[in-house]
Write a protein that binds this ligand. Sequence first.
Ligand SMILES: [Zn+2]
Length: 384
Amino acid sequence: MENSNYTRRTPNESLCLEFIMNNKDLSRAELSTMTGLTKATISVIVKKLLEDHLVLETGIGVSSNAGGRKPINLQYNGKAGLSISIDVGYNYINALLSYLDGEEISILQKKPIALNEETIKKHFSEIIESFNESLPQTYYGVIGIVVAVHGPVYDGNIIFTPHYNLDRIPFRKITEELSDYPVYLENEANLSALGEYTFTSESSSLISINMHSGIGAGIVQNGLLQVGSHGFAGEIGHQIVMINGKKCLCGNHGCLEMYAANKVCFEKFAQAKSMDYVNAIILREYYQNHDPDAIQVVQENIRYLSVGINNLIAHYDPEVIVLNSSLYREIPEMIQQLKQILQNRFSNKVIVRNTLLNEKSTLLGGLVLNLQHFLDVKQIKLTD
Ligand SMILES: [Zn+2]
């Protein structure tokens, strides 16, 4: 659809839309009470949202048990448009085409692949072309493309990407050249946190810790990402846990991710067993068979990560911490062991759990970011 659809909403429209999205089946009267707006104002705003296809009326003409008419309720129309998210990992690209309520239309994975400017252009082009071929008919069409990168992003620009040499790649320009859709760039852990916040949690504050080759955290408070003054908020992989420790690509010595990243854990185990390749599934098999080397690398990972989480809790005091790590997904007992270490007076209130979105949290977070831009809505809860 044309850019004329990307109109800015008035603050009251955004407020009403937010309440309708976050509460299923609201009547106009309830909306008036919740927002503090008069019924006349609500009536005008709802008419506009209905005309814009963002809200639907439900319960029309259905009688209630008491014999009277069931009130007409309002519901967010998650099928009004489409969203594209592309997650660029160190040797993979995942992409999702979904409706605006998160329902998946198509998901693509390219792995393992070598990433440079040329291959990224090629893969992005294939992904967008493939999605464009399977676009269902919707009122708005695609509302935007969100590109997730594994490194800090500030104000739409990559600051650095320690685990792949992609910080000079003009992701936004490449993506804009392939389509007319608005393009947004964001850090993958930040997007994971948005995805978990919107789709799996009732809490107002949530942190997602993402562990792959490095460790990063996304922090969401009241629906909004906390990125800090320079985009470094949540870069917990670069907190120093060992004075005079191993040199990190960020310039420090002894950073957490030099000791607790999944990659470090897999490499250590591969070395102990003289294996070429280890992933979470392989490590889990050895661990379940009580292999002493597997137990050792797993316990070491838990010990280091607990230091990182303890610091995170002391700084942010979140309600929920979600782990996005193939290691902790494959060996969920690691979470229990982690919790046993986190038993001081402030950390024992925090819920620590595995992701409920598997590998889709970043992609669904991309949808949330698209929605925040397109709808001018901040807090979005689309839990069932
Ligand atoms: Zn570092």
